[in-house]
Design a protein around this ligand. Sequence first.
Ligand code: IPE
Ligand code: IPE
Ligand code: MG
Length: 240
Amino acid sequence: MAQTENAVLQPPRHIAIIMDGNGRWAKQRGLPRTAGHAAGAETFRTIANYCRTLGVEYLTVYAFSTENWKRSQEEVSGIMKLLGNYLTEALRDMEKNHVRFRFFGDLSRLSPQLQKLCAEAQDKSAGFGDVQVNFCLNYGGRDEIVRAARAFAQDVAAGKYQPQDLSESLLSGYLYSAGVPDPELIIRPSGELRTSNFLLWQSAYSEYVFMDVLWPDFGPRELDRAIEEYHRRNRRFGGV
Ligand code: IPE
Ligand code: IPE
Ligand code: MG
């Protein structure tokens, strides 16, 4: 894929995206919400490829939140079906694409077939390294922190640690994102100005770029614009 003209700026190592606006995109066209999710899945394919060509090391995408179960069964199963299709295709094209997959979230609530595809994608791609895609599925930032706290408490009960051993870096190691650097840039398309429970711990010093475009209309140009905006920010991390 040809890079757009602004792509000369060094991209951040880790970009995270809240893939939002599929439903409104479909509504604007008089289509069912599921058609919006199908279009959003296409956008994801394009953006993941583009991130690979740019040399982005980690791309974390919010695909399904712990709150998204509130939606109709029809919509939820439509999203799950699209995920299954994508993972089947990713497994087929693995040798060609060299994308490494990881999954953040409580996968136990997904269907056994989808869990199996996630496990296969993660295992079979472990040696690849062009870009690592972290798929957030049944992911919630608060849920992630609760699980980390629980796992640490279990290790304390088992005598592995003392309570006072807990530090920011030790806690980070209990998160789904263990070993992954925090995202420098988090993009939320669709015009909503909130985190919706995404990467609460990891986003402490991330630069947020909110954009009015709906996710199915997002493309390499929009990613370039977000990267440009990121480069205009003055990151102080509490200093001066
Ligand atoms: C994001 O698009 C996809 C998921 C949450 C799975 P939405 O479905 O939230 O689209 P809008 O926000 O209703 O437009
Ligand atoms: C966040 O979007 C979740 C994903 C994009 C997967 P939502 O559409 O669920 O968030 P709210 O409801 O607008 O906060
Ligand atoms: Mg939404």
